[in-house]
Design a binder for this molecule. Structure first.
Ligand SMILES: Nc1ncnc2c1ncn2[C@@H]1O[C@H](COP(=O)(O)OP(=O)(O)OP(=O)(O)O)[C@@H](O)[C@H]1O
Ligand SMILES: [Mg+2]
Ligand SMILES: [Mg+2]
Length: 553
């Protein structure tokens, strides 16, 4: 472990016991409910349909995001060191990553292909020639004193990202929105500083130093935390579908800087603050909404907004100033002298007889683009007749779409029935116990078998719920075994059911009276009583038919 003594000043290389360094826990938090309005009542975003708070109507908020996504690649952007999360500190560091003199960068082809693929998926123009620059700043986890990035001429520009925000009474309406993408640039990640406040020292881990990043810079088109959260979630799904980044925020593979300002509508944009390193979608939304409100309050009280960098304190739920009010940092950008321009080809420019191993062909990458989340949602709506908001839920929960598709493959039940069981019952149980899809005790095959039993009218839907509950107990029994052990088969004996209906009517003359007086709810009461008596084994439709016949005779 490298030790940085006296935070911010001197630093020396020293070896410390491997076990003495602890990863600072990244703020976690479920991202599962991100689309359903994250903001607390105290921090309502301006863009929502609720009544604005006092003073808010005079202000418009502007949000622009810089999103850093770690590229899924076996090795780093300019060195052959492995890329792996949670490896022992400083075990994945080449001489180049540690900036030893005389080492030179060698561009990783995979990272370039990932950037092109992401650019194409985000409707960007891919620059056939892009350049690398050095961005200088001093920090202990940046051993070279500069980061190689693409400031002057990035690999992709002028794209767009379309996402859907839920609205309406039950949030069941999906409003499509688009945010422009200014550029996507390739750059190196920095190392990690691990602050040990007890011993007043900072430990440096260079495993992350030099990992390839895609910086996606959005134009300031967003207007509140919820919009930002939804856009980032969509980008996350796109990156995961492309396989260009695992984009797991809890593991720091996707980090967001949020630039925020407020202004009076019709007037120029206000001064922006930048809230750095937000690594949970929930906190991103919270931080933005807090910061918007803070700026409004500040300006309403005669104060001014400083162009400063802030951090979000996720326990207190507020943003705090990180750096001095010294204006914009001078990064002393300069061309990277050790890297030539990055040249890409397409059908129009590919030299005849070019070795495919030596060139990167944009058209070829375009052909390998997989189905993107927006297309998957449309397909789900078309193929299975589900509501658009249901397709959103299926994609939002990690692994849920795959689970759904596996159930569909194995069951004869109608897709609508499968959708309802997966989204209501299955997801409901998962949420209640805070489990991920991969941790579910119920497998797709088990649910498919259960739905088949329901479809073939072997069991009633109430009995199916009972079977599901049993499956959830992880006792290793199949739905068929549970049904026969608990004798849950639908009651086929019509004579016995008629008898039961008869005695139930005799035992509850008041309900029968109510029914005769025209109270439509009374029949449900009788059906309920009969079903209870049969432990939900009787078909409610058959009970209803028998009762109606008896009542009219
Ligand atoms: N007035 C504004 N209010 C809110 N966001 C803004 C405003 N002006 C610009 N932005 C956003 O700020 C971000 C600027 O990012 P960019 O990478 O270009 O520069 P930077 O923040 O100065 O540099 P760095 O990469 O060092 O953070 C963009 O996402 C842009 O949309
Ligand atoms: Mg930037
Ligand atoms: Mg910035």
């Amino acid at each position: 472990m490298l030790r940085w003594v006296g935070r911010g000043r001197l630093w020396t290389f020293a070896r410390v016991d491997g076990g003495s360094c602890h990863r600072r826990e990244a703020p976690t938090g479920s991202t599962s409910n991100w689309i359903r309005g994250q903001s607390s009542v105290a921090q309502q975003p301006l863009c929502m349909t609720q009544k604005p708070r006092k003073g808010e109507h005079k202000w418009a908020a502007v949000v622009g995001l810089e999103i850093h996504a770690q590229i899924s690649s076996n090795s780093k952007l300019f060195s052959g060191s492995q890329v792996r999360f949670s490896a022992p500190p400083n075990s994945l560091v080449s001489f180049f990553d540690a900036s030893l003199p005389g080492t030179l960068p060698v561009l990783n082809r995979r990272c370039v292909e990932a950037a092109v693929m992401t650019g194409l998926a985000l409707n960007c123009h891919i620059n056939k020639k892009s350049l690398f620059d050095r961005k200088h700043y001093f920090y202990a986890d940046l051993p070279a004193g500069y980061q190689i990035t693409q400031q002057r001429l990035p690999i992709a520009v002028n794209g767009s990202l379309t996402y859907g925000v839920c609205a309406g009474k039950k949030q069941s309406q999906v409003i499509p929105k688009t945010v422009r993408i200014k550029q996507i640039q390739l750059e190196q990640d920095s190392g990690k500083s691990l602050h040990d406040d007890l011993r007043s020292q900072t430990l440096i881990d260079l495993n992350r130093a030099g990992v390839g990043l895609l910086e996606v810079v959005l134009e300031p088109d967003l207007s509140c935390g919820e919009e930002a959260a939804t856009a980032v979630r969509e980008l996350q799904l796109i990156l995961q579908a492309l396989g260009t980044s695992q984009a797991n925020m809890a593991e720091g593979q996707l980090r967001v800087d949020a630039n925020i300002s407020v202004h009076h509508p019709g007037e120029p944009l206000g001064v922006r603050t930048e809230v750095k390193n937000l690594n949970s979608i929930r906190f991103l939304a919270k931080a933005i909404d807090y910061e918007i409100q803070r700026q409004i309050n500040e300006l309403e009280n005669g104060g001014e907004i400083l162009n400063e960098t802030r951090s979000f304190h996720y326990q207190l739920g507020c943003t705090m100033s990180m750096r001095d009010k010294e204006g914009k940092q001078d990064y002393r950008f300069m061309p990277e002298p050790n890297l030539p321009p990055l040249v890409l080809y397409d059908a129009t420019s590919l030299p005849a007889g070019a070795d495919p191993q030596q060139v990167i062909n944009i058209d070829q990458i375009r052909e390998t683009l997989p189905e993107l989340p927006s297309v998957t949602r449309e397909r789900l709506v078309q193929q299975y007749g589900m509501l658009l908001e249901h397709s959103f839920t299926l994609l939002n929960e990690v692994g849920l779409l795959e689970f759904f598709q596996n159930v569909i493959k194995e069951t004869r039940a109608e897709p609508k029935k499968v959708t309802s069981w997966v989204l209501n019952t299955f997801l409901g149980y998962l949420k209640q116990q805070n489990l991920a899809v991969s941790e579910s005790p119920v497998t797709p095959s088990a649910l498919a078998e259960l739905l088949d039993l329901l479809d073939s009218r072997t069991i009633s839907s109430a009995a199916a719920k009972q079977v599901f509950e049993e499956l959830w107990k992880r006792e290793g029994k199949t739905p068929g075994q549970i049904v026969s052990e608990k004798q849950l088969e639908l009651m086929e004996d019509r004579g016995a059911l008629e008898q039961l209906c008869h005695s139930m009517m005799e035992a509850h003359p008041q309900v029968v009276m109510d029914l005769k007086k025209g109270n439509p709810r009374a029949i449900n009461k009788l059906i309920g009583l009969v079903r209870k008596a049969t432990q939900s084994r009787a078909d409610p439709a058959m009970i209803k038919e028998i009762l109606e016949k008896k009542l009219s005779s």
